[in-house]
Design a protein around this ligand. Structure first.
Ligand code: ADP
Length: 379
């Protein structure tokens, strides 16, 4: 039966078809939108995972890697693409890490441990947790946090506390010992009591300078202590230092000197801090010098900035020690340093002081010939 419509024209859908098609097309566009938003959501999650500093790896209940992020791939030198789909124990080859995965997967409970890698210095805090969806158990997610630096700081702090305690204990033991001896009768002995009191005085002074140095070091290290910057004329700084060292140098029949400047050498610095930095170097140059030795100070400006040199003709420092002398409490010859009233903190204070000014310290030395320390302050 003829419909009475022109067959060359596209068919107009009948009413029920029309609504069905419109339903289907709206469903299709809805599901297209939904799947698009699901893709966007997944992309967002991957981007978050990728930007994490922590390493992340997800393993399924079959012990196979579902996904891992770049931080983990980098830390363990895995090829990210090749790692997916492999067993986690093929990748890690570390018994302790693999045991953590196995236990977490089996017991469906979280595990957290600090673990030092066998073949590198890195230490990780590893947390492996089970992953559950509404009605399923997917496997586990492992988060690896690199705590190597934190561990190093912890070790340094423990060592520092141990060193400080030891350094404080030595003079204190001596003081207490001599007080005890005096109490036990030596106080009645005019010849010895003065000698003992002098020892107590010397040891107390050592304690005092150690505590002073420690407080000063913590002041310099603390970013809270602001630098009081001003224009410092190095020649007047040298004059002040000469004044400070005059009595001791005279007593030791030594000399501290500097050549007069043709033109002023100026630097922007905290005067008190800079004076302390240079004084520490001059103090060492006097302490570790030969008998009746000389100390020279010099300052000049070059391309790197202002350089301040302190040079002596003393015992010198062996190459192996040169790399360590800036560490706190490091001394080449412990008993010699203590005898001379050293605390083992002078050079580390000087280094910190100069670094706070954005500068650096250099040293050159030859055994039994002398040492030159150079402070370099940027323009
Ligand atoms: P100290 O209080 O022991 O002098 P420092 O931190 O100032 O501590 O110096 C660390 C060590 O470096 C000293 O104990 C000494 O062994 C060595 N040292 C420093 N300056 C000189 C120098 N000018 N000549 C030779 N040795 C030096």
């Amino acid at each position: 039966m003829a419909s009475g419509k022109d067959p060359s024209q596209p068919l107009e859908p009948e009413e029920p078809f029309h609504s069905l098609i419109s339903d289907i097309s709206s469903l299709a566009s809805k599901s297209k939108k939904e799947s698009q938003s699901a893709i966007e959501e997944t992309n967002r999650l991957f981007a978050i995972l990728e930007s994490m500093a922590e390493g992340v790896l997800v393993a399924d209940t079959e012990q196979k890697v579902l996904l891992l992020n770049s931080s983990l791939a980098q830390a363990f030198e895995f090829n990210k693409k090749e790692a997916v789909g492999r067993f986690y124990w093929e990748l890690f080859r570390d018994t302790e890490i693999n045991e953590m995965f196995t236990t977490a997967l089996k017991e469906k409970s979280a595990i957290k441990k600090e673990h030092a890698l066998l073949f590198s210095k890195s230490v990780f805090e590893i947390q492996i947790s089970p992953v559950f969806t509404a009605d399923d158990y997917l496997g586990v997610v492992a988060v690896f946090r690199d705590i190597t630096l934190l561990k190093e700081f912890e070790t340094l702090r423990t060592e520092f506390v141990a060193n400080v305690s030891h350094e404080l204990k030595t003079p204190l033991t001596s003081i207490l010992g001599f007080v005890e001896t005096l109490k036990e009768g030596a106080i009645e002995d005019p010849e010895h009591r003065l000698k003992f009191l002098q020892i107590i005085e010397t040891q107390s002074k050592k304690l005092h300078s150690l505590i002073e140095d420690l407080l000063f070091l913590s002041r310099v290290e603390s970013a809270k202590e602001p630098l009081r910057l001003e224009e410092v004329d190095i020649e007047s700084l040298f004059e002040k230092i000469m004044e400070i060292f005059q009595p001791i140098v005279k007593e030791k029949k030594m000399g501290v000197q500097f050549a007069r400047f043709d033109k002023p050498v100026l630097v922007t610095a905290d005067f008190i801090f800079l004076e302390r930095a240079v004084s520490n170097l001059v103090d060492n140059a006097v302490k570790y010098n030969r008998e009746k030795g000389q100390v020279w100070m010099r300052a000049f400006q070059d391309r790197d900035g202002v350089k301040i040199e302190v040079k002596d003709e003393g015992i010198g420092i062996a190459p192996a020690d040169l790399t360590r002398i800036f560490e706190r409490f490091y001394r080449v010859d412990k008993s010699r340093s203590r005898e001379l009233g050293g605390t083992g903190l002078g050079l580390s204070i000087t280094k910190h002081l100069i670094e706070r000014h954005g500068g650096r310290i250099e040293v050159e030395s030859a055994l039994n010939q002398g040492t030159t320390f150079t402070l370099i302050l940027p323009k």
